[in-house]
Design a protein around this ligand. Structure first.
Ligand SMILES: *Cc1c(COP(=O)(O)O)cnc(C)c1O
Length: 403
């Protein structure tokens, strides 16, 4: 089988070949037909790229060709964002009266689809603790159509047993949909483990440069054709320039992911030994409760880690303030390191009870290691953690001397 680094450079070459080595940008909203028969053909072609850009564009097809080959699926399609990939999939496959199972620890937007959007449309949902495959089995009902999984999960880096969930779903005629954003197809291929549909926020690692919002969905041609019927109605179409930028980002995905993996592992290791840190959540650490499962289904563990500071909310906020390279920002997967403190990000949207119910501790920081030099990132996080720690020690000493 062709290696991933070759796939990302060559898999799209058959789509609109030209003498230009870099693909042209098809900055057009529509396409013309040769004659009436030709027009009739392109108007009904599923996932074509010669009719109208909302229905497809060669720049979309090029991205889809690369993604399908990377994910080991028959086909793929492109959407305007990761959330568009998810909502289009779900709206394309379920109807009122159906039931969907999801995870407790999951990306916020996915959680809201499960808890708000689907119930509003008459689709019942159950969310389960994804670390226990038994819970998926217990949540199944005769009405269950889909199981939505995400592994490793955002922001707690919990791991879902993809083979176990896929096997359970197959036995019960239920489709499985995996969010592979955190892992990337370099680190994990859900389709190889029996998952039916794989989606990404391509805004993150696949594009990798924090300059495009996009989504992708990969699976069998039959399933994608069903979902595509809905995609042309929801109209969450990716602009040709953004598709072109995404393709350019994909060219270096294997190179970038290797560095993200190395940086994520290095930061997880040094921070897990630091006195200002209570716990590091990273599937590549032997102490992660699901490390064995992660090693079984992943080839690498990515650049995202969650760090719990001993000093709680204030320490987490101070830690972020002391980082030199990681800016406070709600994304990940780009060449630049970014960091978020979920509890302060949620202050304006969730009550204290809701934050507590999310299972995300107040002192948790999510670090998304970029592709900077490993020693620079290590020095940066250690300096920030030292600063937070010295302040705490100093504070304690003052308290002791005052009492
Ligand atoms: C960012 C993200 C999404 C949403 O993707 P958008 O491109 O922002 O719509 C979904 N899942 C995960 C795991 C994410 O990190």
């Amino acid at each position: 089988m062709t290696g991933s680094s070759t796939v990302v450079v060559h898999a799209d070459r058959h789509v609109h070949p030209s003498r230009a080595v870099a693909p042209p940008i098809y900055q057009t909203a529509t396409f013309s037909a040769d004659d009436g028969d030709d027009f009739a053909r392109v108007a009904v072609e599923s996932r074509g790229h010669d009719f109208y850009t909302r229905y497809g564009n060669p720049n979309h097809t090029q991205v889809a060709a690369v993604v399908a080959e990377l994910e080991h699926t028959e086909a793929a399609m492109v959407t305007a964002s990761g959330m568009a990939a998810l909502t289009t999939t779900v709206l394309g496959l379920v109807s009122a009266g159906d039931h969907v199972i999801g995870q407790k620890s999951t990306y916020g937007g996915t959680g809201s689809v499960l808890l708000n959007l689907l119930p509003r449309l008459g689709v019942s949902t159950t969310v389960v603790d994804q670390t226990d495959p038994e819970q998926f089995a217990r949540a199944l009902t005769p009405k269950t159509r889909l199981i939505l999984v995400e592994t490793p999960s955002n922001p707690l880096l919990q791991v879902t047993d993809l083979s176990a969930v896929a096997e359970l779903a197959r036995a019960n005629n239920v489709l499985t949909v995996a969010d592979n954003t955190f892992a990337t197809p370099l680190n994990q291929r859900p389709a190889d483990l029996g998952i039916d549909l794989v989606w990404h926020s391509a805004t993150k690692y696949l594009n990798g440069h924090t300059d495009v919002s996009a989504g992708v969905l990969a699976g069998s041609a039959e399933l994608l054709d069903r979902i595509w019927d809905t995609a042309v109605l929801t109209g969450a179409v990716l602009g040709p320039v953004d598709a072109w930028l995404l393709l350019r980002g994909l060219r270096t995905l294997p190179l970038r992911v290797a560095r993200h993996n190395a940086n994520g592992q290095a930061l997880a290791e040094v921070l897990s030994k630091h006195p200002a840190v209570a716990r590091v959540h990273y599937p590549g650490l032997p102490g992660h409760p699901q490390h064995a499962l992660a090693r079984k289904q992943m080839n690498g563990f990515g650049g995202v880690l969650a760090v719990e500071l001993t000093g709680g909310f204030a320490a987490a906020d101070a830690f972020l303030g002391r980082l030199r390279y990681s800016r406070r920002s709600a994304s990940l997967g780009g060449v630049e390191s970014l960091a978020v403190h979920p509890a302060s990000m949620w202050r304006g949207m969730l009550s204290e009870e809701q934050i507590a119910a999310s299972g995300v501790p107040l002192g948790l920081v999510r670090l998304a290691a970029g592709t900077e030099d490993t020693p620079d990132l290590i020095a940066d996080v250690l300096a920030a953690a030292d600063g937070v720690h010295h302040k705490q020690v100093h504070h304690k000493q003052k308290e002791t001397s005052a009492s």
